[in-house]
Design a protein around this ligand. Sequence first.
Ligand code: MCN
Ligand code: MOS
Length: 764
Amino acid sequence: MTVMEPKIKRGDAADGVLGGRLSRLDGPAKITGKANYALENQIDGVVHGVMVQSTIAAGTISSMDISAAEASPGVLLVLTPDNIMELKSATTWAGTPGPEGPYLALTNEITFSGQHVAAVFAETLEQATAAAALIKVSYDEKQAIFGFDDPRAGEGIAVEQMTIEWGKAEQALAEAPVRIEAEYKTPREYNVPIEPHGLIAKWDGDVLTLWEPSQWVDGMARSYAEWFELPFENVRIISPYIGGGFGSKALSLPHAALAIMAARKLDRPVKVAVTRAQTFTAFGGRPATRQTLALGATKEGKLLSIVQRGANETAMTGVAVEPLGAVTSIMYDVPNFSSRQNIVPVHTVLPGALRAPGENPSAWGLESAIDELAYAVGIDPVEIRLLNYAEQDPHAKIPWSTRQLREAFAVGGEAFGWSKRSPKPRSMRDDNALIGWGVAAGTYPVRRTPGEALVRILADGTAEIASSGIDMGQGTYTIMAQTAAEILGIPVEQIRVKLGDSALPRAPVAGGSQLANLMTGAVHKAALAARDELIGLALNDANSPLRDAQANTLTISEGRILPPRGEGDGVAIADFMRQIGREKVETLRDTLPEDKRDGKDRYDNFTTMMTMKAPTEGGYSLHSWCAHFVEVRVDEDFGTVRVSRMVSALDSGRLYNPKLAESQWRGGIIMGIGQALLEEGIVDERYARVINNNLADYLVPTNSDVPDLQVISVGIPDYRASVLGGKAVGELPIVGVAPAIANAVFHATGKRIRSLPITLEKLI
Ligand code: MCN
Ligand code: MOS
């Protein structure tokens, strides 16, 4: 083993190595149009598929007339519930067996509006679209439950696993000198990535190739393999570039099953592009949530009890849980606590994951409620948070690994100028703009799953790094190259990273903000092995010019193998490889625990979530933390809210690339601004249908909605959290933004808005 000399001081890393502010390596290909997105691949003889969706939300298809569609020009196949292939049900992503019975991509039972009922495949997209419009579906319609506010929805079903309790919460609440209680709600929210879903499916005998944007090529390949009863190795998903996912691209969906089926039946490649409108029902976004929160406290504002009762919408078929106690149970030091949650089945598509599922609405409730408590007892909103600061994990009762939340309040508050805040609502104004300052905290857990990476040092002195992990814009390509550059001592421009292909070494889902820690860990391990092997060759190979060096004295830097200082300038890797006659030095390493390395497990371990560790496993509680400070300007006459200034201080541990982490943080904060002020799936109660299913009506923030966002890192390396000291980045920043804005709106106007989004009609 050799020890690398630290070339650079902490906080001042060169761009090319870990900690440096290298720009995205995939950036130029993306902005010049050279990056091929899945549906842009030109595949000869491709057939186009178009989905037909139900116009009712509940009932049964009584008949379907497809004759006109079948007779329409160019039409090759119409799939309906009556002629689809019955697929085998696939293992869930948690690793448990799928539901009993076959997997049916289409059924006659309608449980939500926008459910696929048929698919038309034709020579051209236009022909398929025209023919799809000719399909006549008759239904026996039932009355639908439009959402959990429908009186017929009921209270729902308790999810026992979500119950978190300690102490005597109800009693302590009843006895508390100060009590506040309110209900907080969030509407249905949607992922709306710029690149909608879709795929091209191609069979070559029993080998299936899919070009499909994916946050998890291995997990999805496993589902497809199980559906179509193929060996895992026979399914290849190719997904090098992805136009955003935000949680929506990690599962295999019915439209893909239909495309693959059609490709099999027609013996031709098939392309299905989900339309923008269909992205609101072809998969689910964040479910609507509601929670009542009761806080009991002393007159000084010290928490005595928290009682939370939450619910989220789920589908009539399938279970989706948005854990509303996620933040509530760990943010503050509270001696008595009770959180319970129901799911309420309604006629909707099965909800899915959207950036920080659970933590996000959980913080919306808690961080609004604590602000209400601050006003109730008359202390500053930052002060009340520090007064109730949890010195250890109050739920798991174990220490935090690192928690720089106090620092986040201090540094963020200082940069924002919080001390100049006048506490009274409506006390700050500029002309007819009411000015409000609000604060809220956020957190996201550190998830840990094994990964695998390949490092290949080539004869020309360059290196390749490969893994099936993906980059949908987070920066995976770049930080993996930086990790390899640092360990291998090869300049970053001479490192090529290959990602997003299930034929490459295994990787877990790019979800739960874990991929950066996992893949840098796997690359680190594989690169150390490759470096050791290279140095071993330099010491031992008969043709090595460094053969006479002592063990433990060689290093690699800037592409050269170097003897100890003063003993010459070594040899370039390319020259060395030539001299010893090697084509490559290649190492493949995984970060599986020893006992999981062999056999069938090995495959399960990477294609399900079975090996993901809880953030409390190992004796320390691992989380990222943040504090958001917001200034809003509310037009007194019109009630319009503008975020005019924002400072966020975040603890994600060590940053592998501060430029990219800051960009992730800003992106998440912008989504939080959207959630606070704009985003809402509007359900037409008569038809149980989301009606604003496009980007003109489902509003997300534009540049003019977003002020300069100051983001400050307050993290310190946390080597309990990950091999290289980083914690979660991707989902952290959205958590806490909406309550910080709502708290600022209250400070500006004196009106407490407890139901998102904060639109003008709620303020005037
Ligand atoms: N990073 C860092 N230092 C760390 C950790 C991360 O510099 N200690 C930086 C790296 O650039 C890394 C990025 O932050 O690539 C995100 O790392 P991580 O927090 O591990 O998140 P993942 O790579 O697992 O990405 C998934 C995460 C999730 S779950 C959602 S949802 C989300 C997000 O990333 N969706 C995104 N960010 C997104 N960004 C874009 N552009 N598009 C999406 O769809
Ligand atoms: Mo992110 S919602 O965990 O993909």
